[in-house]
Design a protein around this ligand. Structure first.
Ligand code: A2P
Length: 276
């Protein structure tokens, strides 16, 4: 990561393929399909979010599409990510289904959701999906440094993004270094530790010092490390709170204190335990 990788207004990460990924998005993992998801996405769009992150495995792409249409925000103003479910075989066929459910002609980013059955087999299909215009950018999620090395060597296009659990508790420095070396933008899912990191003593102390909330401090830590974030919430006031992260800075001392929370020992792995 260099400062040139983030746009001058600090709002977007420049991708190696020329795309730009907004630094803040709404994640909808574990948001049930239907009213809960439609409302969360509509509120986010009303509150200025321009980036929504979904996946085939979440089962809520239709709700995301519906909220996008109902919001009245032009399609071209919103960055949409979905993810190939690697229990299936064909990323092109699955992308076509995602586009139909979302009601859009192209997604902005299409990720291999996790490296099930190895990190390389799905990549040719991902490249075909991009060539056919189904996705503007393609990338991966939950890939370790070794997985990234393999897919980079095997493919024609380097993954634009690797979306992984990042937070001060999951700093994964060696994985961030690998991403930087290969030109892959690291993106943070579960930046609040699925809510668990919000009650940590150090996080609360830094928040008090900064005059901000624990959620804002955790998200700001990622921004200052150049890592886009996709916090999830189904509550309007929290969605709003999580967006107020561009108008303050954490000091070097605050950042260092948060860095010290890392439990991964600076790992180059994406996960402490696999689930596939
Ligand atoms: P809810 O959806 O009920 O608002 P992560 O993004 O790391 O996965 O964390 C998501 C979890 O954190 C969800 O349980 C969400 O609850 C909760 N959450 C999101 N934003 C906030 C916030 N600003 N304050 C407190 N809890 C939050």
């Amino acid at each position: 990561m260099t400062s040139a990788d983030v746009t001058s207004d600090g709002r977007a990460r420049v991708l190696a393929d020329g795309g730009t990924l907004p630094m803040l998005g709404l994640g909808v993992w574990q948001v049930p399909d239907g009213a809960a998801c439609v409302n969360a996405v509509r509120w986010a769009l009303e509150l200025g979010y321009r980036h929504i992150d979904t996946a085939q495995a979440y089962g809520n792409e239709e709700s995301v599409g519906r909220a996008l249409r109902e919001s009245g925000v032009p399609r071209e103003d919103v960055f949409i990510t979905t993810k190939f479910y690697p229990g299936r075989r064909d990323p092109v066929a699955e992308a076509e289904q995602s586009l139909r459910r979302l009601g859009v002609e192209q997604v902005d980013l299409y990720l291999v959701h996790w490296p099930q059955r190895g990190p390389t087999w799905a990549w040719p299909g991902m490249e075909r999906a991009r060539e056919r215009g189904l996705a503007r950018s393609i990338g991966v999620s939950n890939f370790s440094a070794a997985d990234l090395d393999q897919v980079t060597r095997a493919g024609t296009v380097v993954p634009a993004v690797n979306q992984v659990q990042f937070s001060p508790f999951w700093y994964r420095r060696a994985l961030l270094d690998a991403c930087a070396r290969l030109g892959v933008a690291a993106e943070a899912y579960s930046p609040l530790g699925t809510g668990r990191h919000l009650s940590d003593k150090i996080v609360r102390k830094v928040a008090e010092r900064a005059g901000r909330t624990p959620a804002q401090v955790l998200l700001r830590w990622c921004l200052q490390r150049g890592i886009p974030v996709i916090p999830k919430s189904t509550h309007r006031e929290r969605i709003e709170e999580n967006a107020r992260i561009f108008d303050f800075d954490l000091s070097a001392a605050d950042m260092a204190e948060l860095d010290g929370l890392d439990r991964t020992k600076g790992t180059d792995r994406a996960l402490e335990r696999g689930w596939w």
